[in-house]
Design a protein around this ligand. Structure first.
Ligand code: PGA
Length: 253
């Protein structure tokens, strides 16, 4: 059985005070980690303060990291630094990183290898543009992204990997993929993992849906057999909404 995983991606939002207030409120109210995993991925400068206050059941992840351990990369965050702060998860290949900062499938692959090397659990984002969906190319795009992202990644390492299916046309637009559409894409991704790594790995790997997930639509999304959680942007900024969505996962164990 796959444990639901509800993660918030704060993107470039919140000041230190706002973030501390949020975590103080949320960490004691999210479900027990035995049942539902929850994480918040804040901007990097907040990681240290939030980890100190994450409590028993909430985990703090990063939104990005570099694929080298250290070096002359101004403005980047090293996997070693994340590790030293006890960061557990790191989002890799978010579409905003790919589209606004030029991250390629090859970069994503290198980052996944580096995260796994240092015991950071990657949340690997994949998803198609609207035009690709309209041209019937969704599965081709997902297949290419999965193939390249996991190039050289060993079967045993997949245990620590979470995949987030985030159709780009649904991110921050208020246009959620219908549960059917999201469920079908997540099922297709699982079939790709099965072809490559076998059914044990495919059955165990968790696949989140992301793209305008809100308290009012999370239930129908989590009802889908192949959706094991959510990666939430906008609605994760509100403590009450995040708590509601984390608790909603309790109905889908
Ligand atoms: P959204 O963002 O929930 O605001 O659509 C999701 C994401 O980008 O991970």
């Amino acid at each position: 059985m796959r444990k639901p995983f509800i993660a918030g991606n704060w993107k470039m939002h919140k000041t230190r005070d706002e973030a501390l207030y949020f975590v103080l409120k949320v960490s004691s109210e999210v479900p027990n980690m035995d049942k539902v995993e929850t994480a918040i991925c804040p901007p990097s400068p907040l990681l240290r303060d939030l980890i100190k206050r994450q409590g028993e059941n909430l985990r703090i992840g990063a939104q990005n990291m570099h694929y080298e351990e250290e070096g002359a990369f101004t403005g980047e965050v090293s996997p070693l630094l994340l590790k030293s702060y006890n960061v557990t998860h790191v989002i890799i290949g978010h579409s905003e990183r790919r589209n606004l900062f030029g991250e390629t499938d090859e970069d994503v692959n290198r980052k996944i290898h580096m995260a796994l090397k240092h015991g950071l659990k990657p949340i690997v984002c994949i998803g198609e543009h609207l035009e690709e969906r309209e041209n019937g190319k969704t599965n081709d795009v997902l297949e290419r992204q999965v193939k390249k992202a996991f190039d050289g990644v060993k079967k045993e390492d997949l245990e620590d990997v979470v995949i987030a299916y985030e159709p780009i046309w649904a991110i921050g637009t208020g246009k959620t993929a219908t549960a059917d559409v999201a469920g079908e894409a997540c099922g297709f991704i699982r079939s790709l993992i099965k072809d490559r790594y076998g059914s044990d790995v495919a059955e165990a790997i968790r696949i989140q849906y992301g793209g305008s997930v809100k308290p009012h639509n999370i239930d129908e999304l989590l009802d889908e057999e192949d959706i094991d959680g959510a990666l939430i942007g906008g609605a994760s900024l509100d403590a009450d909404k995040f708590i509601t969505m984390a608790k909603a996962a309790l109905n889908h164990l």
